[in-house]
Design a protein around this ligand. Structure first.
Ligand SMILES: Nc1ncnc2c1ncn2[C@@H]1O[C@H](COP(=O)(O)OP(=O)(O)OP(=O)(O)O)[C@@H](O)[C@H]1O
Ligand SMILES: [Mg+2]
Length: 385
């Protein structure tokens, strides 16, 4: 999948940008705070996913501005697709279309532009908080199964309601029996999510293991393990609406008294984790910084490979400031492994030896360096790419 044109105006500090990216590598360089990450974020937003920076929709609009306008044309293996979004401080004025068809929310765009974004925070994936790994797997699953994100939203809503109720029960405001209706919903949704997350982790393990072993020159072994707080073993289990929901429900009932005492739900898919192991030991406890970085790289690359395999489309890769954080061999490894995919790389000046179509970002505007050189007949673009 290739983005052939991208426009953005009024998104954070970005102004009047209209670029035609190359099919291969695109390098966005410039000094700090010029808008490089904003550009990556603007592309990512059009994939329909939540901002990787946690930016709320109203904060995407430029300070003092009314609207942010974004547009993108992409070509996938079947057709050309057009995505347009006008984001407003007033949510009622938002206008989003996918191939001319109106969408109520940005999330309605999900599934058209397939993207994998990689930020310096992702380098903490294997050793950081379990929340990051949970969100990572949730995003990966929803990219190959768009309806999944709605299930997760429903689960989160049920969890919120249940936790509020637990507090009310402990204060004597509500009877414990009010939990029944929430527990049943939570059990069904939780069982379904557990199955999908387990199956995805299994697949991720196959791809990431191969990649990690390659990065380490075959010297180290790698493994991922889905750690469920509800099920002892998820292998081969799929009956989420029957037996599995029943087990989930029994456990919720068993823990009721404790949950009421604590005021929150102690077990459930929201507390599951994915364990990352290097040479058989937990990477977060025993891995070196380099080993954890290689683990994170392998997991993110595996995400791109699985997305490609499952959807038949090579995703667009967004690398925000990641390469500068890595040593030469890991840098080469990642670029090598992403061969054939369209890549957007941001980096600070000087852009170094990175090859690709260059865009300089200055005060929220982009300048295509490659085109300037071409018009001067100094170097043809093909030589740079
Ligand atoms: N809503 C907004 N309106 C206008 N400007 C904004 C808004 N939100 C953030 N900015 C500005 O965007 C700039 C940061 O842009 P960005 O994070 O993309 O920089 P960068 O080029 O990636 O820098 P670095 O190299 O440090 O990562 C800041 O100057 C910030 O004030
Ligand atoms: Mg940045």
């Amino acid at each position: 999948m290739t983005i052939t044109n991208f426009t953005v105006d009024g998104f954070k500090n970005l102004k009047n940008i209209n670029i035609s990216p190359a099919e291969g590598v695109n390098v966005i360089h410039g000094r700090n705070a010029q808008g490089k990450t904003n550009l990556i974020e603007a592309i990512w937003i059009l994939s329909g996913a939540k901002s990787f920076r946690g930016t709320k929709e109203r904060d995407m609009v430029a300070f003092g501005g009314e609207f942010a306008r974004l547009g993108l044309t992409l070509i996938d293996s079947e057709r050309e697709q057009k995505i347009e979004a006008v984001i407003s401080k007033n949510p009622r004025e938002r206008k989003i279309t996918l191939n001319g068809v109106k969408q109520r929310y940005l999330s309605g765009l999900f599934g058209a532009l397939k993207c994998v974004v990689f930020t310096p925070e992702d380098l903490e994936l294997s050793k950081g908080s379990p929340d990051n790994r949970r969100d990572f797997i949730d995003l990966c699953v929803s990219q190959i199964k768009p309806a999944y994100s709605r299930t997760v939203l429903k689960y989160e809503n049920v969890l919120l309601q249940r936790n509020t109720l637990l507090k009310n029960i402990s204060q004597g405001v509500s009877p414990a029996s009010d939990l029944d209706v929430w527990d049943e919903q939570m059990a069904r949704l939780g069982a379904y999510i557990s199955v999908l997350k387990y199956q995805y982790t299994k697949k991720l393990n196959i791809f990431a293991k191969k990649l990690y072993e390659e990065i380490s020159g075959g010297a180290e072994s790698f493994g991922l393990k889905y750690c469920s707080t509800v099920y002892e073993n998820l292998e081969g289990r799929e009956d989420w609406s029957g037996e599995m929901a029943g087990e989930y429900l029994s456990l919720l009932k068993k823990n009721r008294v404790e949950d009421i005492r604590l005021g929150f739900t102690l077990i459930g898919v929201h507390r599951d984790d994915v364990g990352v192991y290097i040479n058989g030991s937990a990477a977060k406890d025993f891995g070196s910084q380099g080993q954890n970085r290689s683990a994170a790289l392998s997991m993110k690359l595996a995400q791109a490979y699985i997305l490609s395999e499952e959807t038949g489309e090579m995703p667009v890769i967004l690398l925000d400031d990641v390469l500068s954080e890595l040593d030469k061999s890991r840098r080469e490894f990642i670029i090598n492994k992403l061969g054939g995919m369209q890549i957007f790389i941001t980096c600070c000046e000087p852009a170094g030896k990175l090859k690709g179509r260059r865009f300089e970002m200055k005060n929220g505007e982009t300048f295509n360096k490659t085109r300037v050189k071409k018009s001067k007949n100094e170097k043809i673009e093909e030589q740079i790419e």
